[in-house]
Structure formats: structure tokens, C-alpha cells
Design a protein. Structure first.
Length: 95
């Protein structure tokens, strides 16, 4: 199970590196990365019965859900303004 969560983490990291122009795929890969971290923390803390690790995993899941909701709302607002959610257009907003 640990190997599978590490493989999922590596696949999501590779997805972020490869798909840097698609905003939604980057957001999904980041969420997958956080979920694999939650899985790793849960696996390591379930056997010694450490409640703190499970609380940390729950905290990370809450932060991931909030981050996803805020990110999607920003993307919807940006799409209404510009008509595209490409990261190349978003990078032009720097200044």
C-alpha cells in the first residue's frame, strides 16, 4: 500500500511537470498529490494507533477541499473575464 501511494505521488508530480499549460489538470494533479500524502500518513499512523497522525490527515483533507473550491471559483471567474483558463494567459497578468 505504501508503494502504491508513492507511485500515485510520483504520477501526480509528473502530471504537474508535463501539463503546465492546462490549469484544471494541474489542479487535479495537485489534489491527487495531497490525497497520496494523506494515504501515506494514514498508513503509518494506523498501526501504532496514533490519533495525532489521523488528525493531521483529516486536517490536510480539509485544506485540500478548501483549496480546490477556492481554485475552481477563481478559474470560473477568470474564464468569465478572459474566455480561457490557459496558464499562458494567466501568466500574462503578472505586473
Amino acid at each position: 500500500m505504501r508503494v502504491m501511494s508513492i507511485i500515485i505521488f510520483c504520477i501526480s508530480l509528473l502530471g504537474i511537470i508535463i501539463n503546465r499549460s492546462n490549469t484544471l489538470l494541474v489542479l487535479v494533479c495537485f489534489e491527487l498529490m495531497l490525497l497520496s500524502i494523506i494515504l501515506i500518513i494514514s498508513i503509518y499512523t494506523i498501526k501504532p494507533n496514533l490519533i495525532l497522525g489521523q488528525v493531521v490527515a483529516l486536517y490536510i483533507a480539509t485544506i485540500a477541499a478548501v483549496e480546490s473550491a477556492i481554485g475552481l471559483s477563481i478559474l470560473i471567474g477568470f474564464y468569465k473575464l478572459r474566455g480561457s483558463i490557459s496558464l499562458r494567459i494567466i501568466n500574462m497578468l503578472k505586473g
